[in-house]
Ligand binder design. Sequence first.
Ligand SMILES: [Mn+2]
Length: 492
Amino acid sequence: MVQIMKHRKHHFRGGRIGEEIKRVISDMLLRELKDPRFTGLVSVSAVKASDDGSFATVYVTMLGAGSGAMAEATDEEKEEALAAFENAKGLIRREIGRRLGLRHTPDLRFRFDTSEEYGRHIEKIIEELGIPKTLKEKPMNSIEEIAATFEAVETVRIFPHENMDGDTFGSSVALCLALRERGKDCSVVINEKIPDNIAFIEYGCSEFASDETTPDVDGRCDESDDGVLGASGTAAANTEARTAEFLAVGCDLAVLMDVGETARITGRERLFADGRKTICIDHHVSSRPVYDYNRIDTSASATGELIYDILRAMGVTPDARAATALYVGILTDTGRFQYTNTTPRALRIAAELLDLGVKPNEVSTEIYQNVRLEKLMLENAVMSTMETVADGKGAIVYMTRKMLGDSGAIEEETEGIAEKLRGIRGVEVSVFVRETEDGRTKGSMRSKHYYNIAELASRFGGGGHVRAAGFTSGKPLQDVVEEVKSALWKTL
Ligand SMILES: [Mn+2]
């Protein structure tokens, strides 16, 4: 409190806004910021906004999990907490903008409060409250431990992330087939239509189920359905029945596949949480090991690599179908063996999958030579919005709902636009921003040689890899476009 008074004295306006911002963040720490790195006694001691309102410094304080009641947080814990704040920055800024009705939300910088007064103040609070210990991340499990975990259970439900791609779905299907072969009751739980070009690896593994009573199944399945999943009016009824069954019986193990946050299994969170144990198998840098079992290996080109290892550790030899599903994962996540994550190991596993019966040409034909004219028309409309920044090093395009509607294309056909844009000579960073059905704004970003795009995505509340990342924002499309452009001007 001393801090705030001090700032207020010198910067009246900045001080007042600072105090408001502090209130919002403190409130969010209690309710909305679910990052496990925020648990424990993390609080905001002061916020100092610059006079012009362009940025604000947020002073953070934290008590460690360490030995005693008044353990000081270790440097590592502090670093993690700051990283968590940095990660949630987009979310926090949106909330500040919304609650305080600011036209320009200041950029936020997070610093540790080293003031002694605050240290003593905190000690007192702790004496009064008793201390909630900082929740530590769980240890990472070995491939063998994960394999043993699967061996030990009977019912397994696998949850691929939303906007399914070849890796999340291929990994899910391959694991499902292998576990079924082991006599387990297993299925891949989805609540969206499988993209047409990867539907051929479904192999009877998926089941529609949703937390909601009226799942979003109709309308997604009515067009160009290939008979893989119920396009009929009975789909919703079946989904409800399956959902009821899942909820009644639960499962031994719920698997979060190729993703670290349940925020990306919208509409299935409850079904996932219903697993008596949870497990995360992923290769994204932004994922944290916070589930009962965790295998997050960022050195893997695709989650498919990890599933391959797990199956081998279980003594399962993938059949041609499982091998094809895994191959699809590795092929798509490495951009047809072109991205920087194309390691010797990725190629070795791919070679072994070919030995197991994968037909690479057939797979590629299904996945890549399957483009609908509507998709091309949409791409034309999107590409015509292109603007470049920083002497052509940054390129940005956007898609409105109208463009999508006019083209006759569907949402999933926006896939690949950011890559295409990156293909332009001289472009280091490409950004594709689109309006979503629910009025939010999604960004897909790619970089070519040196730019850390995950860092840029995290500023907008997202994350991903160094060369490929994304985010979802509550702001209108054009605001996001402008913000991305200005961020690129500053950093490119
Ligand atoms: Mn992946």
